[in-house]
Ligand binder design. Structure first.
Ligand code: HEM
Length: 214
């Protein structure tokens, strides 16, 4: 009975002091608290200074990025987040970046965990999450895909520290990249003897020879 009275007088004083109905007041309070905790989490603050595991452990300052030099794609896999003591690495165009600071993206359970420990160039170029695209092979990519990949590379160069390169089995030489830039359709059309404005000069001369064919 006493509790009910307290509740009634609380409701009354809420209305008197805030001019809001109790329902509106509590809704606003809940939204405010939710936003407050969201902001705390986003900016990495915690309510206590302890470090006794769990969430706190993830909030520990990251060790500075360590250079790994030139490693194979098999070695790169070791940095996919399965060993929490190792940094999270990811490569674009055979350049390895330390992405440990974005563990929420690339760490285990993260939306982009599948890119960690890999050269994700092909997947990023094609905006694909398919297993077959999780590699650094740029063969057959079109101009727009290569442009998208370039944008990703700039983003990574600006955001993360480069810590090494991948000894790639798929050679991505200038020539091949340009060849790929022509795109699969254009490549297929070569026999149709279309003049090609862009592309390596040796290809152009070959094309002009073929141009004479009907
Ligand atoms: C429904 C589609 C998608 C949505 C809504 C989405 C949303 C997002 C958001 C909100 C971020 C965080 C941006 C930031 O805070 O910097 C992000 C980052 C990222 N997204 Fe997506 N994304 C989508 C599809 C994709 C696809 C298809 C790929 C590649 C295959 C991709 C690759 C990435 C990568 C690599 C990052 C992290 C970049 C970094 O390390 O800063 N996303 N995405």
């Amino acid at each position: 009975m006493a509790a009910l009275e307290i509740w009634e007088s609380l409701k009354e004083s809420i209305t008197v002091h805030t001019g809001l109905s109790p329902a509106t007041f509590f809704t606003a309070l809940a939204v405010g608290l939710a936003l407050y905790y969201l902001a705390l989490n986003l900016f990495g603050y915690s309510s206590n200074g302890g470090g006794d595991g769990g969430f706190e452990e993830k909030m520990e300052p990251l060790p500075p990025p360590v250079q790994v030099g030139q490693i194979s794609d098999v070695e790169l896999k070791e940095y996919n987040g399965s060993d929490p003591k190792k940094p999270l690495l990811m490569a674009i165009k055979a350049q390895i970046y330390d992405v440990s600071q974005s563990r929420m993206f690339y760490g285990p359970g993260g939306p982009y965990a599948l890119f960690a420990g890999k050269d994700a160039s092909r997947a990023l170029a094609k905006m694909s999450f398919e297993e077959k695209d999780l590699n650094g092979d740029l063969t057959g990519l079109g101009v727009f895909e290569l442009e998208a990949l370039q944008d990703w590379e700039y983003k990574f160069m600006g955001k993360y520290v480069k810590v090494g390169t991948v000894k790639s089995t798929v050679q991505v030489s200038e020539g091949q990249a340009t060849e790929a830039a022509i795109g699969p359709e254009e490549t297929a059309n070569r026999d149709a003897a279309k003049p090609v404005e862009e592309g390596p000069s040796d290809t152009v001369s070959k094309e002009s020879d073929e141009e004479k064919k009907e």
